[in-house]
Design a protein around this ligand. Sequence first.
Ligand code: HEM
Length: 132
Amino acid sequence: MSTEAPVGSPYERMGGEPGVRALVDRFYDLMDLEPAFAGIRALHPATLEGSRDKLHWFLCGWLGGPDLYIRRFGHPRLRARHLPYAIGIAERDQWMACSLQAMDEVAVDRTLAERLAESFFGTADFMRNKGG
Ligand code: HEM
C-alpha cells in the first residue's frame, strides 16, 4: 500500500449521499443566484428540481458510490444528452467556475477538490458541441 493515498472512494470522502447532495444543491443555488452563471442557467428548465436530482444521482456513481443514475436511466451517454444545449467555451467555463465555487463553499477537502476539478474539466470540455 502506498502511504500518501487517503482511504476510501471520493464518494465516501465527501460523506456519502448527504455530502454529494450538499454539493449539488450549492452548485444549482449558485447557478440560480450568480449573474456570472446566467448563461448556463438559461439553458436549464425553469425549475431546477429535476436537474438537482439527476446530477446528484449521476455524481454518486461517478464518485465511486451507488449507481443511482444508471439504475434509473441506463448508461449516462452524457455527450448525447447535452446535444440539445449549445455548449461552447463560455458555457464550459461557467460550469467549471460554478462547480469550483460550490466545492469551495461546501468545503470539499482541498486535495479531493483539485482532483475532481480535473475530472470535471475533462467532462465539461467533452460536452462542447459548438464553436466559441
Ligand atoms: C459544460 C457545461 C455544461 C452545461 C452548460 C450543462 C447543462 C446541462 C443542462 C441544460 C442539462 C439539462 C437539465 C435538465 O434536464 O433538468 C444537463 C443535464 C445533465 N448534466 Fe450537464 N451541463 C454541463 C456539463 C456537465 C458535466 C461536466 C456533467 C458531469 C460531470 C454534467 C452532468 C449532467 C447530468 C448527469 C445531466 C442529466 C442528464 C439527463 O438525464 O438528461 N453536465 N446539463
